[in-house]
Design a binder for this molecule. Sequence first.
Ligand code: 5GP
Ligand code: ZN
Length: 144
Amino acid sequence: MPTDKDCLFCRIIAGEIPSQKIYEDERTYAFMDINPASTGHALIIPKEHARDIHDLSPEALAATALSAQKVAAAVRDTVAPDGINLLQCNEPAAGQTVFHFHLHVIPRMEADGLALGWPIVPGDMDAIASLATRLRERLDSKNT
Ligand code: 5GP
Ligand code: ZN
């Protein structure tokens, strides 16, 4: 399994840096975020080092998603939030600060003021349709 000795999250998995671990299995590791956006904010990471969604193996992505579902259920039952966001960031433009793929589980309360939303503004339907065509073509070409 690829790891990176200079990666913060690989070092957390290896136990070189302490963490509040909440779950671990063969492929994944889950722990509490040190700068929680809300009470119960947790991170789920694959044990294989991968920078982001593009770098990650499908097997590791599936395992991380399954662990996130388990963690989300535990957070729901323990913290009793009004809702939960799953968040995953790729590259600094999207808010990524640690370059080892991770899923955030972020408990939400009604009107908690956390800024994860964006304004609802109707799009240009011609532009949306035209981009959808290009994406379908791209995805179809990958499937053949
Ligand atoms: P990103 O911004 O890359 O999506 O998320 C990285 C997350 O890792 C942040 O929410 C940040 O608080 C968390 N984080 C950064 N360093 C540490 C650390 O040393 N320990 C823990 N538990 N979380 C960390
Ligand atoms: Zn890593």
